[in-house]
Design a binder for this molecule. Structure first.
Ligand code: HEC
Ligand code: HEC
Length: 259
């Protein structure tokens, strides 16, 4: 591949040509510009994004699988960790972090496995755990209060857009996703059916977003509840949760919510 022409008048100094080369490479390979320009660690992150990793993992908290920074902490300084983890992802694994198995990833090349594990092991547990905790505290501190039938309902996410009766885009997407994928068994507009529980009751009885995400990712195969891992990411399941919770607390009626 040709190197880009370096203009003598460039104000960026000696690092400029390197960045240009990386960007040009990214344009050729397609869609990787930010990752390639930022170095090998984020190339691995891009592999994770292009595969199904983030449907079960997050960087700083457990989803179905362990937090990636917890994996980095567990294997820090252990000889052979990289090979062990590459094999775990390639062949599938169970038992180290619990009884839920990770599926095999036969389509990832040795290079992609190397890149993604290099990235996972590069994560700084202390720093991201701290920012994760800080984010969690900030999220917990932020509550939204609504009056329903004269009683206050406290939620840690907004149901409505500022100053109006229109629901947030997240709640609206939750409505769309629910009525595309969950309604068949859990009833149109989360009203329940003979096939599956009324998820509004699950929320009223204390089901958190994390718990619902966990169940939806894992599925309950023996009882006919499918696993949505690889199909939805945690953010989308969070949107479904927000819609179901809004319905549970009677903030949103049956039918299309105002948007
Ligand atoms: C369907 C859910 C699921 C998907 C998809 C998934 N994982 Fe996992 N992952 C898990 C679970 C569950 C575990 C815990 C396995 C265990 O206890 O040994 C795990 C464990 C791991 C571990 C630690 C293994 C060990 O031996 O300690 C790494 C590293 C990992 N996953 C990376 C990845 C990467 C990279 C991808 C994407 C290419 C990925 N996972 C996709 C569920 C998943
Ligand atoms: C093919 C039918 C089917 C579909 C589609 C389906 N579910 Fe389920 N789901 C079930 C069944 C059946 C159960 C009850 C399993 C049991 O008895 O333990 C269940 C249980 C659950 C539970 C546990 C409820 C509780 O109180 O324990 C959650 C959460 C859940 N489903 C979420 C979802 C979400 C979110 C979707 C859409 C993305 C979805 N389900 C789509 C059949 C389905």
């Amino acid at each position: 591949m040709d190197r880009p022409v370096i203009r003598p008048s460039t104000p960026f100094g000696p690092r400029r040509p390197l960045l240009c080369a990386a960007t040009a490479l990214a344009l050729v390979t397609g869609g990787l510009s930010a990752a390639a320009a930022a170095g090998p660690a984020t190339v691995g992150e891009q592999v994770a994004k292009n595969s199904d990793c983030f449907s079960c993992h997050a960087v700083d908290h457990r989803v179905v699988g362990p937090a990636f920074d917890a994996v980095a902490a567990k294997y820090a300084g252990k000889p052979g960790a990289k090979t062990l983890l590459m094999n775990a992802v390639k062949n599938g694994h169970v038992g180290t972090w619990g009884q839920i198995p990770m599926p095999a990833h036969p389509k990832l090349s040795p290079q992609q496995l190397d890149e993604v594990i290099t990235w996972v092991l590069s994560l700084k547990p202390a720093a991201s755990a701290k920012s994760g905790a800080a984010a969690a505290t900030a999220a917990a501190a932020k509550t939204y209060s609504y009056q329903v039938e004269g009683k206050p309902v406290l939620l840690n996410f907004p149901v409505f857009q500022a100053g109006g009766k229109k629901v947030t885009p997240a709640v609206f997407r939750g409505f769309e996703l629910f009525n595309s994928y969950c309604f068949r068994c859990h009833g149109v507009d989360a009203t329940g059916s003979e096939y599956a529980p009324d998820l509004r009751k699950s929320v009223i009885n204390g089901m958190t977003e994390a718990k619902m995400t966990d169940i939806a990712m894992t599925g309950i195969k023996a009882k006919g509840m499918p696993s949505w891992a690889g199909f939805f990411d945690p953010k989308q399941l969070g949107e479904i949760y927000q819609y179901v919770a809004a319905r549970a607390y009677k903030l949103v009626d049956e039918g299309t919510p105002p948007q």
